[in-house]
Ligand binder design. Structure first.
Ligand code: ADP
Ligand code: MG
Length: 714
């Protein structure tokens, strides 16, 4: 257990220094409480405790009077005598109540959990310092589960005045390891530490230029600041450190890749590409598509491995860029593959691309989980001897059994559905790793992209093909349903098709399925057979059934598609003109935008209807407002980042580089920008970290080898 843990975590100094000491060694902790700390807070070692930063600090000199409490009061600290402590109520209503009295009034305190323990620990008649969030109960102020400690007047010399309060849990509170009590641990640790135990990792000249505190002091002051200014300085330093190290690592990876990686060389743009471009291309490429192709062309010609992220809003025409890039690979005697996240999308790619290439001497193969074993054997054989030039498939492509003759380019569509490891397997498919192009329709704000994907090269298609009509998006409440359904009837009457999407939060959630089924019945009520036909698709269906239902909709056998978000990604039915999203308040912005992108693909005017309940939370209201006011994916992504923070943006969750402890990409953007600037500059001047002044940084990075910070792909 301990070993596995050691491999996984970051240490702030080299092993085997003091910071790796198990927390149980602190006086008064012992094995039992140590185990609880591990379970509840993931704190195993001294280091973990130091990384467990205080939530806030209590200024012990700031004690309010009880009569200052108003309904507007949030957290407060008072001091008073504890009185009338007693257990009241029974069973679930059982609670421990008491009163705190100072010379101005009475404050009620109450506990619903850990009653026995709390009662034992407290003593009526003594003066306590009480801290907590004030609420009003029957017109009287009270604090539920307050933090209490015996009152000791603050020292006058300013020391120890700001006391840390740590994140904790109810369980730990019941074992005397509440938010304030945890400070005893960090105190005990600091008593044993010397500055050398938390060695500096940022070059001195940067510290000086930015007036940043040294590392030991920063840690110390983050936990035990002498005053607010010291605290703020400490936090600024630690946030900078987080961003700076992440940026250095990413840029080192990128430099490494550019320096050492060998790539297949696509020397020329040859016959296939030119023939297709001149005689087969069904439309003029947009400027953005041309630009991205040029970037890919340059990347693949210089003998380095390309590792490129291509972002383009839904419908921006990424598939054509993929196809043209694959033709370049073919022209140079290499095979190419295109991997998509779902069976449906894979088949659609297969069909579109096969049709577009009809007449050219290119053999396209298909491989998915449901490819029958005979066809599969044949495909694998043709792949191995080079008969198949382009392979289109699902995850099935990366299975070990799939061997290419000479794979030169691997394209991954809608990358956020693929795990990092799966993508890494792509690399191993050829002696010289193939060029990799990752395409995503989830627009990632630039800030985030630079931070999360800083090691990748990066292209954007920021232009939609001409003639696209904007999708009109409206918000309707539940009680407008029948009018919405009438509108659908009118559209279907004009020969169009419609989507009705239900939320499915958890694939396994029974409630959600019941909702979907009920929704399906309701829709059927409005749209009876045989005038109307409905397809239903959801994740629990067998692949075959899903396939049939989807196909019927694609072929316009059914006019209505009732579905969960399984159709979210990539599916193309240009005749569909209305997207109805049920319980739209339950969806995140990027998901709503993805769903909306299913319509507006044909020549007809398209609509997106966001159906919601009457009552909406503030965030939901904001999301709906954004959706009805813009169609621009990048704008939406920026807003999404503002609303939710980086942790929730699709596709970034797995990316460890965004898991900062203190820093926040949105709120601390200025620090991030500075950190990036300094990291880039440092590596420009000293890309191998050979200069003496950068030794501290190099040593630190070397001590962190175990930490997986491999690139998104490599
Ligand atoms: P996405 O970027 O979402 O994968 P697609 O590649 O599926 O988008 O393209 C969406 C639609 O736009 C397709 O029907 C495609 O044929 C069409 N398309 C792509 N590029 C152009 C272009 N330059 N001009 C006109 N239509 C285009
Ligand atoms: Mg696509």
């Amino acid at each position: 257990m301990l070993n596995a843990y050691f491999c996984k975590k970051t240490f702030i100094s080299n092993p085997p220094y003091i910071l790796q000491t198990p927390i149980a060694y602190i006086k008064g902790v012992g094995p039992q409480r140590a185990e609880m700390l591990q379970k509840e807070l993931n704190i195993f070692t001294y280091n973990d405790m130091l990384q467990h930063f205080p939530l806030r600090h209590i200024d012990k000199t700031k004690v309010a009077f009880i009569n200052e409490i108003t309904p507007a009061t949030d957290y407060i600290q008072v001091a008073g005598v504890l009185m009338n402590l007693e257990v009241v109520g029974e069973n679930r209503a059982k609670r421990l109540v008491g009163e705190i009295r100072d010379k101005t009034g009475v404050l009620e305190v109450a506990w619903f959990q850990g009653i026995t323990w709390v009662q034992k620990a407290l003593e009526a008649g003594k003066v306590y310092l009480v801290f907590g969030k004030v609420s009003f109960f029957m017109g009287k102020p009270q604090i539920v589960h307050p933090e209490l400690e015996l009152w000791v007047p603050a020292k006058k010399d300013g020391q120890d005045v700001l006391e840390p309060v740590y994140p904790s849990t109810e369980k730990l509170k019941s074992r005397s390891l509440g938010g304030r009590q945890l400070s005893k641990l960090s105190q005990a640790i600091f008593a044993q530490l010397k500055p050398a135990d938390i060695p500096e990792n940022i070059p001195e000249n940067i510290l000086q230029q930015l007036k940043l505190e040294n590392r030991f002091l920063a840690y110390k002051h983050a936990h035990f600041p002498p005053d607010t200014t010291a605290y703020n300085n400490a936090i600024r330093r630690l946030k900078f450190e987080e961003f700076f190290l992440a940026q250095v690592r990413l840029n080192l990876l990128k430099l490494d890749r550019h320096r050492y990686s060998k790539g297949v060389v696509f020397e020329k743009v040859g016959g296939l590409f030119n023939e297709f471009y001149n005689n087969y291309l069904p439309f003029e490429l947009t400027g953005a598509q041309k630009r991205v192709l040029k970037e890919i062309r340059q990347d693949t010609a210089r003998g380095k491995q390309m590792n490129r992220l291509l972002q383009g809003d839904v419908g921006s025409g990424k598939t054509m860029v993929a196809l043209l890039s694959m033709l370049i690979a073919l022209d140079n005697g290499y095979q190419a593959c295109l991997m998509a996240p779902t069976e449906i999308l894979t088949k659609q790619h297969y069909e579109t691309i096969s049709k577009q290439l009809e007449g050219l001497p290119v053999k396209v193969g298909l491989l998915t989980g449901s490819t029958k074993s005979r066809a599969r054997r044949e495909t694998l054989a043709q792949l191995a001897d080079g008969e198949i030039h382009i392979l289109i498939g699902t995850h099935a492509i990366i299975e070990q059994a799939v061997v290419f003759k000479n794979l030169g380019l691997a394209i991954v569509d809608e990358q956020h559905r693929f795990g990092v490891e799966q993508r890494a397997k792509m690399w191993k498919k050829a002696a010289v790793p193939p060029h990799v192009l990752v395409m995503t329709a989830t627009p990632i704000p630039r800030t985030l992209a630079m931070t999360a994907y800083g090691d990748l090269d990066y292209s954007i298609i920021d232009e939609l093909p001409p003639g696209r009509k904007t999708i009109t998006t409206v918000h309707r409440y539940e009680n407008d349903r029948s009018r919405v359904m009438d509108f659908l009837k009118a559209e279907i009457g004009l020969g169009r098709q419609v989507y009705i999407i239900f939320p499915l939060i958890e694939e396994s959630d029974k409630m959600d399925y019941e909702n979907l089924m009920r929704g399906y019945e309701t829709v059927k009520g409005y749209f009876p057979e045989p005038k109307y036909w409905i397809s239903m698709v959801h994740g629990k269906q067998p692949a075959e059934q899903k396939e049939t239902n989807m196909r019927r909709f694609v072929e316009n056998d059914t006019q209505i598609m009732v579905s969960t978000t399984v159709i979210e990604v990539g599916v193309n039915v240009p005749n569909a003109s209305v997207m109805v999203i049920e319980s739209a308040e339950k969806f995140g912005l990027s998901q709503l935008h993805q769903l909306r992108g299913r319509v507006g693909r044909g020549s007809e005017k398209s609509y997106c209807v966001l159906l919601t309940g009457q009552k909406l939370g503030n965030d939901a209201r904001e999301r709906i407002k954004i959706m009805t006011s813009t169609n621009n994916g990048f704008e939406i992504a920026e807003k999404d980042l503002d609303l939710r923070g980086p942790g929730d943006i699709d596709g970034t969750r797995q990316s460890g580089v965004l898991n900062f402890k203190l820093a926040n990409i949105v709120n601390d953007k200025p620090i991030l920008d500075t950190a990036r600037k300094f990291a880039v500059q440092l590596l420009e001047e000293d890309s191998l970290l050979e200069k003496e002044e950068n030794r501290v940084l190099k040593q630190f990075l070397q001590s962190q080898k175990g930490k997986t910070l491999w690139s998104k792909i490599s």
